[in-house]
Design a protein around this ligand. Structure first.
Ligand code: C2E
Ligand code: CA
Ligand code: CA
Ligand code: CA
Length: 277
């Protein structure tokens, strides 16, 4: 039975072993890629006033592997954890984000923030507060120019992150809850975590015009967020129709391909020149 099974699933096995080989390749090349600067940040605008006012750029990690091509960020994060390089990757991303903040400040663009994603694993296991505050202090950068995006999973165990988040928030760093609506956290749990904004997950935003249920959900998120004073951001805005509905629902802070795609740093700076006064 085992032999028959092996035959029947031969191509499946092959795919698995190819995946394993690819993971090994990526693991092996990751450390060099970090040293050589092959892992870079792209930046996607987040706009307020229904997409007219640039407030934030979200930093999104990009690695174009010489043989395997573009590695999805989630795979990169997972492989770096397997390779024991999570800390290296986090520091690398933080350095690049800090460098971008320095560039913005040098151009007098103090009112634009950079939002950096931190994985739940790093948030709970790494001294993220100290790493972030030390990096900003070393370069004499204002904490107000940095925002951290963490997924709502962390609200499941608030005790593990409360101290770090409150230290970061007290220093002036903004906290955003990413992928909101996909987990089980309540807004009141988030309130105890010094959260400034929630980002409605893109799965609820895409095709909004065709989904009364998602419209009702966003409406509800808007209503319950208000008393807490959270900003609400809609990510994944892909069409004008979606943008129009968000405006009707009172959700005016938006991000998505319809407004601007993630761009390499130089393109993002050129984009700012054209769109920001
Ligand atoms: P996320 O934080 O929810 O980021 C939004 C993702 O949606 C990004 O994918 C972005 O390119 C994509 N996106 C933006 N606008 C649209 C749109 O209109 N439609 C659609 N369909 N997608 C849109 P990306 O860059 O592939 O990142 C995927 C995820 O990987 C991120 O989801 C985040 O969880 C993680 N990630 C990315 N960069 C980093 C990083 O530097 N550190 C950590 N820890 N995680 C990261
Ligand atoms: Ca994010
Ligand atoms: Ca998100
Ligand atoms: Ca996500």
């Amino acid at each position: 039975a085992k032999a028959a099974g092996r035959n029947r699933y031969y191509s499946f096995d092959e795919t698995l072993s190819r995946k394993a080989a690819m993971t090994r390749d990526i693991e092996r090349d990751l450390s060099a890629a970090l040293d050589e600067g092959a892992i870079v940040m792209w930046y996607q605008p987040i706009l307020s006033d229904c997409g007219t006012q640039l407030t934030t750029l979200e930093a999104l990690v990009r690695w174009n592997h010489p043989r395997h091509g573009f590695i999805p960020p989630m795979d990169l994060i997972a492989v770096s954890a397997l390779a024991g390089l999570s800390g290296e990757l986090l520091r690398h991303i933080l350095r690049q984000v800090a460098q971008m903040i320095g560039v913005l400040r040098a151009r007098g663009l103090h009112d634009i923030r950079i939002a950096m994603n931190v994985s739940p694993r790093d948030m709970t296991q790494m001294p993220v507060d100290t790493l972030v505050l030390d990096e900003l202090a070393a370069l004499d950068l204002p904490p107000e120019m940095l925002e951290l995006e963490i997924t709502e999973e962390i609200a499941i165990d608030p005790a593990a992150v409360r101290g770090k988040l409150s230290r970061l928030a007290d220093a002036g760093i903004r906290i955003a809850i990413d992928d909101f609506g996909t987990g089980y956290s309540s807004l009141s749990a988030l309130q105890t975590l010094k959260v400034d904004r929630v980002k409605i997950d893109k799965s609820f935003v895409r095709d909004l015009s065709a989904s009364p249920v998602h419209q009702a959900l966003i409406d509800a998120i808007m209503r319950v967020s208000q008393p807490f004073g959270f900003d609400v951001v809609a990510e994944g805005v892909e069409t004008q129709a979606d943008l129009d509905i968000l405006q009707k629902l009172g959700c005016t802070i938006v991000q998505g391909y319809h407004l601007a795609k993630p761009m390499p740093q130089d393109d993002a700076l050129a984009w700012i020149e054209r769109h920001h006064q």
